[in-house]
Design a protein around this ligand. Structure first.
Ligand code: 6PG
Length: 471
């Protein structure tokens, strides 16, 4: 009896997905290499999960591959980067035409595009599938973002859609995103949005903890979680704040140095390259980097020791409105870069479907995502929606209050500031960019356009001659 599906890599995510697949009744082969620290991974996994009679384990790649029925459907759950190429090279000699290889890790989407092209020439189907939801999501139902080609997707859809999370109408949180690297691309931006959502909560905590206890902040977050602000990240942050070990709040014992695995900086780099101002995710990445300068911060904070704190923070309603404001801007920026990159790559990404599969299973699931999914049924841009614009407009004074208070309390709010600046610039008719253009033209003859000239003509001024010598 051959297996219907194969999983390569029994790390945290690979194990959980395997159990999810097996629990849903599919016969499954699992493979993990057997070297060094990983010597007993497969046998340990099998013996811990003896009740799953439909899982067979392998440490020999050829035996693993021959155990799967054709066309084979194999999911790789391995670390992004060169390892993926190495595993593909190791596998391909044993694969047959029409076999389907799925990369479920956080691979860079251009790598996925390249691998897709290479394997296509060998008639092997390649699916780059973003998977979100962490360990619990993988076990109980993640949000899945497969990209590749629609025909190969159709062959794996029955399995992927069964193991994925379900939305509020019980539809799978899994749908074909678009060709080649599109699935991994949207997962990367998902993570960029995730970075800002996490940072906003961290900044709120930083502000609120000036005057409030962990318990009190947690209670506020729990209350917000009963409103349209509800989200998975808000909920877990409320829980994190009150978790205790030996009578101590765990959060108070955690070193304030944030790590990362790269997807946030990839999103930011791409945004810089293509000229899309995803200012919030980029601020969130830099905020993590800045936090890691712990020793320098300690040293300087001793030298600067300031009493610049008025110990007054805005009331909870103001914080709530400011938070809502910043979250909308964050999502706007995320979907804006998706729209742009989809256009550039000829990917027909359905934003309503994409936001729908992000309403459950994934880390950025939220009530706002639910609303956005509805909105994208008739609109392509959050800023085309009157309700969104009115909400932003009416919350502007709240975020301004929060920022003023951050200044008087000397608290950094990188991501909230980015949200505010983006909104103000985006809604300002005339920005001081004319000065930049003039400066560029002055020192480098880079030319500029004129406000009263709608043609695409560029002008140059010989500035030194035109300077008013009355100075
Ligand atoms: C998810 C997460 C996950 C990501 C971790 C770590 O959607 O389940 O985005 O894929 O790998 O959150 O990311 P960082 O280490 O970069 O914070």
């Amino acid at each position: 009896n051959k297996s219907e599906f194969g999983v390569i890599g029994l790390g945290v995510m690979g194990k959980s997905l395997s159990l999810n697949i097996a629990e849903n009744g599919f016969n499954l082969s699992v493979y993990n290499r057997s070297e060094g620290d990983e010597a007993n991974v497969v046998s340990d996994f099998l013996s811990k999960n003896e009740s799953f009679q439909n899982i067979s384990g392998y440490t020999n790649i050829e035996a693993f591959i021959t155990s799967i029925e054709k066309p084979r459907k194999i999911l790789m759950m391995i670390k992004a980067g060169a390892v993926v190429d190495a595993v593909i090279n190791q596998l391909t000699p044993f694969l047959d035409t029409n076999d389907i290889l799925i990369d479920g890790g956080n691979s860079y989407f251009l790598d996925t595009k390249r691998r897709h092209e290479t394997l296509q020439k060998k008639d092997i189907h390649y699916i780059g599938c973003g998977i979100s939801g962490g360990e619990e999501g993988a076990r109980k139902g993640p949000s899945m973002m497969p990209g590749g080609n629609i025909d190969s997707y159709k062959l794996v859809a029955p399995i992927l859609e069964t193991i994925s999370a379900k939305d509020k109408n019980n539809k799978p949180c899994c749908c074909f995103i678009a060709n080649d690297g599109a699935g991994h691309f949207v997962k990367m931006i998902h993570n960029g949005i995730e970075y800002s959502e996490m940072q906003l909560l961290a900044e709120l905590y930083g502000m609120m903890s000036l005057t409030m206890t962990n318990e009190a902040i947690s209670e506020v977050f729990l209350n917000w979680n009963k409103t349209s602000l509800s989200s998975y990240l808000l909920e877990i942050t409320a829980e994190i704040l009150v978790a205790k070990e030996d009578d101590n709040y765990i959060i108070d014992t955690i070193l304030d140095k944030a790590g990362n695995k790269g997807t946030g900086s990839w999103s930011s780099k791409l945004a810089l390259e293509i000229g899309i101002p995803t200012t919030m995710m980029t601020s969130a990445v830099f905020a993590r980097y800045l936090s890691s300068f712990k020793e320098k911060r300690e040293f300087l904070s001793r030298r600067i020791s300031s009493e610049n704190s008025d110990q007054n923070i805005p009331n909870i309603t103001i914080l709530q409105h400011a938070y809502r404001f910043a979250r909308i801007i964050n999502h706007q920026q995320g979907f804006e870069i998706i729209t742009e990159v989809a256009k550039e790559n000829d990917w027909n990404i359905n934003l309503s479907e994409l936001s729908r599969i992000w309403t459950n299973g994934c880390i950025i699931r939220s009530e706002l995502m639910q609303q956005i999914s509805g909105l994208f049924k008739s609109k392509n841009d959050l800023f085309d929606d009157d309700f969104i614009l009115n909400t932003l407009k009416s919350s502007e004074t709240s975020i301004a209050e929060l920022l003023k208070s951050a200044i008087s309390n000397r608290v950094s709010l990188d991501t909230f500031w980015s949200a505010y600046n983006y909104w103000v610039s985006m809604t300002t008719r005339r920005l001081p960019a004319n000065i930049i253009q003039a400066q560029r033209d002055y020192f480098g003859a880079h030319t500029y356009q004129k406000i009263d000239d709608n043609s695409s003509q560029f002008y140059h001024t010989n500035w030194t001659k035109n300077i008013n010598s009355g100075l």
